[in-house]
Design a protein around this ligand. Structure first.
Ligand SMILES: Nc1ncnc2c1ncn2[C@@H]1O[C@H](COP(=O)(O)OP(=O)(O)OP(=O)(O)O)[C@@H](O)[C@H]1O
Length: 218
């Protein structure tokens, strides 16, 4: 799929219970740009990430990837995104190959793409997904997010459970995605990983998304 898509968020607002997670926030990401969102537990990082994936509807505001609007063109929008959640919510017995093949059939991708991504993330195709360690599960979810060749990659706490070797591999995978015009959104608690990426960083607190430049001036 052609990448080089701009991501726009316009006047987004979201409340959960009594708490305002995002208050009237606008931003855009150029194609090939990395956005990094940091913030304490409960600040709303997962909430905003779920709005970007289309799983949660904003109370107000719009999100576009290229010309696809999150709720007005949901099918086209979903085709543009690759999402790596912070955990695998699936309690069935499948091998890594069967797991990715299922998504391959939904997205019309060849089995050879599945095989080559499993090789890239160093997972054994016949390995049961129930027996994967945390870091191995993260690698499977990374492969699932990328094998559809999205233009916008959304990663929720991608470094959880990864060892030093895989932190470096993750960086390399993200850099090559970025170099082909892919745009990336990452939420993380891992400040050293965040600092190692050349991206636009925001801190989320009390309903505000404060850019790194602004918070260094506070
Ligand atoms: N389903 C829900 N219904 C109501 N409130 C929720 C729901 N899920 C989360 N919240 C609340 O929304 C706020 C933001 O939660 P969220 O999970 O987005 O934070 P987070 O920054 O991702 O946290 P963490 O760093 O712990 O993952 C929290 O106060 C949380 O209690």
């Amino acid at each position: 799929m052609e990448k080089n898509k701009r991501v726009q968020m316009k006047q987004l607002s979201k409340k959960r219970g009594d708490q305002t997670i995002i208050r009237n926030w606008s931003a855009h990401l150029h194609a090939g740009e990395i956005a990094i969102v940091v913030g304490p537990n409960g600040a709303g990082k997962s909430t905003i990430t779920k709005m970007l994936t289309g799983e949660l509807k904003p109370d107000a505001g719009d999100i576009w990837v290229g010309s696809a609007h999150v709720s007005k063109n949901p099918l086209l929008y979903r085709k543009q995104i690759g999402y790596m959640p912070d955990k695998l919510n699936m309690d069935i017995s499948l091998t890594c190959f069967e797991f990715l093949s299922y998504y391959a059939s939904l997205y019309g991708k060849k089995q050879s793409v599945v095989t080559s991504w499993l090789r890239r993330v160093e997972l054994e195709p016949k390995q049961s997904i129930k027996k994967l360690s945390k870091g191995m599960t993260q690698r499977l979810l990374l492969a699932r997010a990328l094998f559809t060749d999205p233009s916008f990659l959304i990663l929720d706490e991608p470094t959880n459970g990864l060892d030093q070797h895989w932190l470096q591999e993750l960086k390399e995978i993200l850099t090559s995605f970025q170099q082909t015009g892919g745009t990336i959104w990452i939420t993380t608690h891992d400040e050293s990983f965040a600092q190692s990426l050349e991206g636009k960083t925001w801190r989320l607190q009390n309903g505000e998304m404060i850019s790194a430049h602004e918070w260094s001036c506070l």
